[in-house]
Ligand binder design. Structure first.
Ligand SMILES: [Zn+2]
Length: 77
């Protein structure tokens, strides 16, 4: 079973310019300063509350914090 991997990053103006600005789960808009989560399996961004919800549902949930460089790399693609 593959694990669910997320990258977490505080949303900056630069990041928000490059993403959809909406949570892929609840369609809540992202704001600067909020922590957003990039789903590496489904190539989408979700908010903290949906992230929390998924974490409870998936035992194989994997969180990768403080990988700023990797997050930037993902955005650059
Ligand atoms: Zn959400």
């Amino acid at each position: 079973m593959s694990s669910v991997v997320f990258l977490s990053q505080e949303a900056t103006e630069a990041i928000l310019l490059q993403v959809t600005r909406l949570c892929a789960e609840c369609y809540e808009g992202f704001v600067v300063g909020e922590v957003i989560h990039y789903d590496m399996q489904h190539y989408r961004y979700i908010c903290s509350s949906c992230h929390q919800h998924l974490q409870e549902k998936h035992p194989s949930f994997e969180e990768r914090e403080e990988v700023y460089g990797l997050f930037e790399e993902v955005l650059a693609k």
